[in-house]
Design a protein around this ligand. Structure first.
Ligand code: SIN
Length: 312
């Protein structure tokens, strides 16, 4: 089958890629999530020959991403992937929590067809918006024979959901894979595979049926100069099910924060150590609180939420 004949479903969720500003020269004073996914496609004439279907699943600034939207999105993706005629799914998203959504979908669905998240750093009204190129590239990745798994296509690179992180607040090339290994590059519409497509075991949609309002509460606390654990005790008072410690370096914690986290663990709160460093794993060592391995704090949080949902 030709790439153009492959049916790709685009699911819109908002973000800067769908954002608009009053003036074309305004790259920061814009409102995210204004244009519908059909409008985004209309801005990419190069996609006119591709078999596409578009659906709006949400319309939000991804800083406001929530569990109910994640549930709806995971169900919508699964529904599309189950259609034999659908070859892949593209999700347009905001950049701010894109890595969390990507990791969530990876763990819940681990799809055998490609699910490609993309986004933009500049609003659709910018002088030189990056969204149309990213959307075009994402469709090429989704239509690539043999592609699979949840990936992020951004600024000409394809990242896997486990490694990818937003590492820059403003630059158009805002994402990196934590240890440098990317899945592929997209060059003039051609996908050049550099490693294997991501695989993994799916937890399944049954894991996330609990009403979103009753999902476990998992918070992230950071180690820093003067961290004394008071924040952990405040969270214990207000009620928390899990805590991710964004430790220093190899997940190290101040004596005060470590003591408070052990108090939390002693009363049944699940505790895990990640690192506030931009890359690198946290080694598991005897006598220390459990390690999140190579997961960043936000992804370790997703992992712990899903683990606690599995305790139902
Ligand atoms: C958002 O995350 O929805 C806004 C910021 C962005 O997409 O770059």
């Amino acid at each position: 089958m030709q790439i153009l004949d492959r049916l790709i479903v685009i699911l819109g969720t908002g973000g800067t890629i769908a954002g608009t500003a009053q003036s074309a020269s305004d790259g920061v004073g814009y409102t995210a999530a204004q244009l519908r996914v059909e409008d985004l496609l209309a801005a990419v004439p190069a996609l006119s020959g591709q078999r596409l279907e578009a659906h709006q699943v949400a319309q939000l600034d991804s800083k406001d991403m929530d569990f109910a939207t994640w549930q709806r999105l995971a169900n919508a993706v699964q529904q599309q992937l189950a259609r034999p005629e659908v070859d892949g799914v593209v999700i347009t998203h905001g950049t701010d929590t894109l890595e969390e959504t990507a990791y969530f979908l990876h763990r819940v669905l681990a799809p055998t067809k490609p699910v490609v998240l993309t986004a933009a750093m500049r609003p659709a009204t910018a002088l030189a918006p990056d969204g149309p190129q990213n959307l075009f590239d994402a469709v090429q990745v989704a239509a690539t024979p043999g592609a699979a798994g949840v990936v992020v296509t951004f600024a000409g690179r394809v990242h896997d959901a486990v490694q990818v992180r937003k590492t820059h607040s403003y630059r158009v090339d805002a994402f990196e894979s934590a240890d440098g290994a990317i899945v592929a590059r997209v060059e003039e519409g051609a996908v050049r595979l550099l490693s294997g497509w991501p695989t993994g075991g799916a937890l399944g949609l049954a894991r996330i049926v609990r009403p979103a309002a009753r999902w476990p509460r998992v918070e992230i606390v950071m180690n820093h100069a003067g961290a004394d654990g008071a924040i952990v005790r405040a969270l214990l008072t207000s009620g928390v099910d899990g805590l991710i410690a964004a430790g220093t370096g190899n997940g190290t914690l101040s004596a005060g924060l470590d003591a408070a986290l052990r108090e939390a663990q002693a009363v049944g709160v699940k505790v895990c150590r990640s690192t506030r460093c931009d890359a690198g794993p946290v080694m598991a060592l005897p006598g220390l609180l459990p390690s999140a391995g190579a997961l960043s704090p936000v992804k370790a949080r997703v992992e712990l939420i899903l683990a606690l949902l599995g305790d139902d």
